[in-house]
Design a protein around this ligand. Sequence first.
Ligand SMILES: [Ca+2]
Length: 231
Amino acid sequence: MKNPIALWDLSRHFRTKLLQSAWMYVIFPVLCISGCQSTMSEDIQVYVSDFASGDLSQISNGNLGIFQDKSVMGFYHNDTVTLSLEGLPAHDALRITVELYVHDSWDGNVTGVGGPDLWVMALDDTEVLRTTFSNSPCTSSYCLYQSFPGSHPSFNQPKSGATSANLPGRCQYQNVAGWTSMYHITRIIPHRGNRASVIFWDEIKQTNARNQLCDESWSIGQITVSTVSIQ
Ligand SMILES: [Ca+2]
């Protein structure tokens, strides 16, 4: 019998995808047709940080780290980080861009003691990305596929969609090339109201590792949030 919690999560995932699809392919085009001149414009940058200043005042569970001589927010394993935004100007959507570093031995979609290694982004109560990453090298007969750039569960080669695929590992594979991959992830998400919470968390799994944070972790190099309006 399948786990009812997993079925609920799956159901929630598909509801989220349905709402996003409805917005992008039905609601927005209808608004455009009815107005004929409607356009989507990026209005105001309401948050940007590369963490060089050390300011984590809007972030809960924020940690500062250094990777490759660059300030990052990290390092995390089975953690949740929340960016709280208040006093937002009027808008119809938020554009969120994240620079994500995936460190060391992530295993993608594999199930068992090693995974799946999931990473999730949400806006308020709605998940906008639920995916997996893999840094594992493939051979002709063995490959730990990842879901990104798709949603979990989908199957793509390790490091698919990465901006940088050959950075050195952080801990387990410290200074070994290819064991950190970096991604730029952007989502435009319907949203109204003057407050928002942008939430990042992982559900990575490596129960046979002595030091799980060393075995696989993640960090964020930059977050940018802008309002988007339909005119
Ligand atoms: Ca794992």
